[in-house]
Design a protein around this ligand. Structure first.
Ligand SMILES: [Zn+2]
Ligand SMILES: [Zn+2]
Length: 374
């Protein structure tokens, strides 16, 4: 087993790094290593696994104390990620494994991976949903049960290679005669041929069919999340393994909320007097409007946090949820009537606030110019 590197070292952060430090370090390194950018997939997985551990306070505390995110009962000195929740699955879910899996499945008979896009509203991303999509996909032929041979017949041993799938050839080269071994040209290396092909699939063992695929999108997905549905891609030839279905999630921008990880942000405009006196408003949330208290003396730029009104954490079983951050914007009144201006002047006067209104200032300046003979 390769030596397990220190998780902080993998992320390139200090031991006392806070969650923001971790996030920044992860994003920076992830950009360099992301497999889609032609980066190092193993390195990327290692990085992601390290981040998953360190951003989880309990796992991080365990790791700091016992060297294992699972706590004192974890395997001493072993792989700190092994068995840690469904971390492996999580990484698979988010980042697929395009590179690794395809190389192990380069067999020409394996089914291809399929890719689908799903576009959701923010509310749908929060709630999760079953999405049904009509698509054209290769499925095992039901007439021949995927064998490619007509019913009642079956594949027979290839007469060219005698069933071994390989043929030897003598080649003349500059070094003299060379014996080479290659895949049998008749059966393509399968060792079997079909004499009586299935009419339905023309011997392919699979057929393209229109199919409705139901995709269960879990709550908490984000724009760019990629889900992998193992074995839901295209059927392989001649009962070869079925490919995987990748679902790329898109989340539409929302009119009210912007998203920051599991947290949501929204802006709340508050009239000046209401901000000063405090007020009750109806606050939009993902579940509809809710009563919300703006405390007296709220300043423009204040951020009020409503706990657990953000997005559900993906894979959190609906228990963990982010927060809603309400960015307050105090609105200074404009287009004042003369009476309103007077009220404000009286308020300022009462509070001992000195006001030099624009017109007055000009007057003063004018008077100064006069006094100095300008
Ligand atoms: Zn068939
Ligand atoms: Zn053959």
């Amino acid at each position: 087993m390769p030596a397990v590197r220190d998780l902080y070292e993998i992320l390139g952060v200090a031991k006392d790094a806070d969650t923001e430090d971790l996030k920044r370090a992860y994003r920076r390194r992830a950009r360099e290593l992301h497999p889609d950018q032609g980066g190092d997939e193993e390195g990327f997985k290692e990085l992601t696994a390290a981040y998953e551990v360190l951003r989880n306070p309990q796992a991080r505390a365990n790791y700091d104390r016992y060297g294992d995110p699972r706590g004192p009962l974890g395997s001493a000195g072993g792989d700190p990620f092994a068995g840690f929740g469904d971390l492996g699955d999580l990484i698979e879910t988010f980042f697929g494994g395009f590179g690794g899996r395809q190389t192990t499945r380069r067999d020409s008979r394996a089914g291809r991976d399929a890719m689908l896009d799903v576009t959701l509203t923010l509310e749908e991303a929060a709630a999760g949903l079953r999405h049904e999509v009509q698509t054209s996909v290769q499925r095992a032929c039901e007439v021949c049960d995927g064998s490619g041979a007509a019913p009642g017949s079956g594949p027979v041993r290839c007469s060219t290679c005698g069933g071994s799938g390989a043929v030897q050839q003598v080649r003349n080269s500059v070094f003299g005669q060379v014996l080479t071994s290659g895949a049998c040209p008749t059966c393509g290396g399968a060792g079997q041929t079909i004499l009586d092909k299935c009419d339905a699939c023309f011997g392919e063992g699979r057929r393209r069919v229109e199919e409705t695929i139901a995709i269960d999108v879990p709550p908490g997905v984000d724009d760019g999340t990629r889900l992998r549905l193992a074995g839901r891609g295209e059927a392989g030839r001649n009962r070869g393994p079925t490919g995987d279905l990748y679902v790329r999630v898109r989340v539409r921008p929302h009119d009210v909320f912007t998203r920051d990880g599991d947290d949501l942000l929204c802006e709340l405009r508050i009239p000046m007097a209401a901000a000063a006196l405090g007020t009750q408003v109806r606050l939009p949330t993902l579940e509809g409007e809710e009563p919300f208290t703006v405390p007296a003396g709220t300043q423009s730029g204040d951020v009020l946090t409503v706990r657990r009104k953000g997005m559900p954490k993906l894979g959190g079983g609906g228990i963990q949820r982010g927060n809603l951050h309400v960015h307050c914007r105090v609105e200074t009144p404009t287009r004042l009537s003369e009476e309103q201006r007077d009220l404000l002047r009286r308020l300022a006067d009462e509070r001992g606030e000195e006001i030099r209104e624009h017109g007055e200032e000009k007057g003063l300046f004018g008077r100064l110019r006069e006094a100095f003979g300008g």
